[in-house]
Write a protein that binds this ligand. Structure first.
Ligand code: C2E
Ligand code: CA
Ligand code: CA
Ligand code: CA
Length: 279
């Protein structure tokens, strides 16, 4: 028993070491990622449930590391958050998404809203509101064209100060969206306490609405509650026509997911929007 006990401890340590080494390697490679121009953004369409028109896009970060190849966000974002590097990376995302929005504005797409993911560290940075303002002004964008996606975690971690930062941003006209709603630390008090205007219903609930009455009821309840609070609702992870049709019936405003589009490079968006219109 003693021997197998030691074996388990050893195995556990090896697994921990491997995870720590992985994080260390990623951390090292991330340090030169911005300067090396290894990041790019892809954009996933968010459409009106009623009309099918393109209403927004979510910017999602992609990293092709010179030493590691493609690394998924779920692997490198947590590492960047641990080191605080996410602030610099997040600023790059903000500036790049706004630059791209300025390019689209000049073209056939017209006025579009782009949604970006913002981490707790960024909101806690006293420079954040100023950075947002600069990015909008530099690219001649209306504040309503930018939406910031926050997770419930962000609201918990930062508490009181976040309330005033969000109030300032909402005051400017920037949209604030609560991402992955219902997965983590949901407290209904957030919905009224913070200045939000959009709720994104997590894929975990959307996934089962066709076959599980419980999921269906839950999504129905989230939509009803969001509507009564005057919030816009976006369903994430919509993968089938059946899911889209149920969500439409339940009164969900916007749809996002592989059924509508994968995340695509910026230069493919105009053609995608054209195809949507003629569909
Ligand atoms: P998220 O914000 O919840 O983004 C949605 C994720 O679901 C994306 O994964 C997207 O590609 C994927 N997705 C979209 N539609 C579907 C679908 O129909 N089915 C399935 N199975 N998946 C779908 P991605 O791009 O790998 O990003 C993962 C997470 O990484 C994001 O989750 C977000 O939390 C984080 N992330 C991505 N970009 C950024 C960024 O610029 N800044 C920060 N702080 N986090 C980011
Ligand atoms: Ca998001
Ligand atoms: Ca999400
Ligand atoms: Ca997520």
């Amino acid at each position: 028993a003693k021997k197998s006990g030691r074996g388990e401890v050893r195995f556990f340590n090896d697994a921990m070491n491997a995870a720590a080494k992985d994080a260390l390697v990623i951390d090292g490679a991330l340090r030169s990622a911005i300067a090396g121009q290894e990041f790019r953004l892809v954009y996933q369409a968010i459409t009106s449930a009623a009309s099918g028109a393109l209403t927004k896009v979510e910017a999602l970060l992609r990293w092709h590391s010179a030493s590691l190849g493609n690394v998924a966000p779920d692997r490198f974002i947590p590492v960047a958050e641990d080191s605080g590097m996410i602030v610099e990376i997040g600023t790059w995302v903000l500036n790049e998404a706004c630059r791209q929005l300025g390019v689209w504005k000049a073209g056939a797409l017209g006025e579009l809203t782009v949604s970006i993911n913002v981490s707790a560290w960024q909101l806690a940075d006293p420079a954040f509101v100023g950075l947002v303002q600069q990015a909008l002004e530099r690219n001649s964008l209306a504040p309503r064209q930018l939406e910031l996606e926050l997770t419930e975690r962000v609201l918990i971690d930062n508490g009181g100060e976040v309330q005033s930062v969000l109030a300032q941003l909402r005051g400017m006209g920037v949209g604030i969206s609560l991402d992955d709603f219902g997965t983590g630390y949901s407290s209904l008090s957030y919905l009224t306490q913070f200045h939000l205007n959009t709720l994104k219903i997590d894929r975990a609930f959307v996934m089962n609405i066709e076959h599980s009455e419980r999921s269906n009821n839950l999504v129905h309840a989230i939509i009803a509650m969001g509507q009564s609070l005057g919030l816009q609702l976006v369903a994430e992870g919509v993968e089938t026509a059946g899911q889209a049709s149920i969500l439409r019936q339940l009164g969900c405003h916007h749809l996002q997911g592989y059924h509508i589009s994968l995340p695509i490079p910026a230069d493919e968006l105009p053609a995608f929007a054209c195809r949507l219109k003629s569909a």
